[in-house]
Design a binder for this molecule. Structure first.
Ligand code: NAD
Length: 383
């Protein structure tokens, strides 16, 4: 079969023209090859020319429950990039839910477009219809460039949405919970590295001061850390300085020239790579971004060699997922905070396992998550 016919699993309509015009189209791995490699169940392409919607919903694994994961709005440079991002992010959600003890599967959606131009009520409601057509197999939430307000429109068309505003009975913005979990993971990393979890006086660089980054800066300032920030958005930098006063701005291109105790990536993934590791002068990496290691089994061991302790991203950034998932069982904020605090102990357990088995910390976290997935798959098989 010609490769282009392999490109779609479940299709409503697709922008075939730009796919066929892609310069590397003939050399790209097919979507099925990508899915097989990352072990996905389903990929859904959604297209609506009137509202300008081009969305991809990736369902990675539903062993533990319905696939829950946010919808990211991003101006991808190609459809291939969007597909790969949806596949990688949804796989991360499977492991995040598994390691957090949640009865949820892994899913994620991406919408292709410029966030400053394409958002409209019609686009969100049309997207909500597509989510609804999956009958609860996928539950959406916020992610980069999507807000509780956008979820409100989606909720007009489907009940399979979380992170809706509080006045609608939802839990609102998950970012403060994500940031608190990252802070817990960072303190556990400090305990492992320096024998105590006091962050006062530590130099911490937060890259990306958006929703999560700003809440994290708040915790760090309160803990007495020396906080440095970098972002590509001038308004976000200014907003953060206005809010917290004491923080110092670092040029985003210069961050790895700086000596710091902790690097906290809170923007986008793959910032831990060959180039950055060769320059890094820090003791710990602990941040909110998903998929921080460009290539897990290459960059995890490289960090060990450099003596840098890596707090697995999907473990410490699970606070937001814990929060939105609580909407499904009856929301209780105190219970959620208690669950998010457990990230501290779980991070220490993962570090111990990594030491015992002489594996990198991301591999140790994956191992624990995989164990739970296998155990519950066996339970499901016996039903
Ligand atoms: P956000 O869009 O509110 O903030 C991201 C910030 O990063 C923005 O200020 C943006 O200008 C900046 N940025 C983008 N590209 C950059 C670059 N190349 N260099 C420096 N700064 C850059 O997103 P968020 O909700 O704060 O999420 C941040 C990260 O955490 C994302 O990777 C997201 O997937 C992950 N995450 C978020 C949550 C959550 O609850 N929001 C949960 C889990 C994981």
């Amino acid at each position: 079969m010609h490769r282009q016919y392999l490109y779609v699993v479940l299709i409503h309509k697709i922008d075939w023209f730009s796919l066929l015009l892609h310069p590397n189209f003939q050399n790209m791995p097919s979507v099925f090859e990508h899915m097989q490699e990352l072990e996905h169940e389903q990929l859904v392409f959604c297209h609506d020319p009137k509202s300008g919607l081009n969305a991809i919903i990736a369902i990675h694994n539903t062993t533990l429950g319905p696939a829950l994961g946010g919808t990211r709005l991003w101006n991808y440079s190609s459809h291939e990039d969007a597909v790969v991002d949806a596949l990688r992010l949804s796989r991360g959600m499977t492991y995040k839910a598994a390691i957090s003890g949640l009865n949820l599967g892994g899913g994620k959606a991406v919408i292709v477009g410029d966030a400053s131009k394409i958002k409209s009520e019609a686009l969100w409601r049309r997207y909500g219809r597509f989510v609804d057509s999956l009958n609860g197999k996928y539950i959406t939430a916020e992610d980069v460039n999507t807000s509780a307000r956008d979820m409100e429109y989606i909720a007009m068309e489907t009940e399979h949405v979380t992170g809706v505003p509080e006045f609608m009975g939802g839990s609102g913005d998950p970012s403060p919970f994500t940031a608190y979990g990252v802070f817990m993971g960072m303190k556990a990393s400090a305990k492992k590295m320096w024998g105590n979890d006091d962050l006062s006086g530590k130099k911490v660089l937060v890259q990306g001061v958006g929703h999560v980054g700003q809440y994290l800066v708040g915790h760090l300032v309160e803990a007495g850390a020396q906080v440095f920030i970098a972002d590509i958005s001038e308004p976000k930098l200014k907003e953060t300085v206005d809010k917290f006063g004491k923080v110092k701005i670092i040029n985003n291109d210069d961050i790895f020239n700086m000596e710091m105790d902790i690097y906290a990536p809170c923007a986008l993934g793959a910032t831990v790579n060959d180039d950055s590791i060769s320059k890094m002068k820090c003791a710990i990496i602990a941040g909110a971004a998903n998929n921080q290691l460009a290539v897990e089994d290459k960059h995890g061991p490289m960090l060990i060699e450099k003596g840098i302790l890596y707090a697995p991203d999907f473990l410490i950034n699970a606070g937001g997922l814990v929060n939105v998932s609580a909407e499904l069982d009856g929301y209780n904020r105190d219970r959620v905070m208690g669950q998010v605090e457990q990230i501290y102990d779980r991070t220490l357990e993962i570090f111990d396992l990594a030491d015992e088995e002489k594996i990198h910390t991301q591999a140790a976290a994956m191992k624990i998550a995989q164990r739970r997935l296998e155990a519950i798959a066996a339970v499901n098989a016996r039903l």
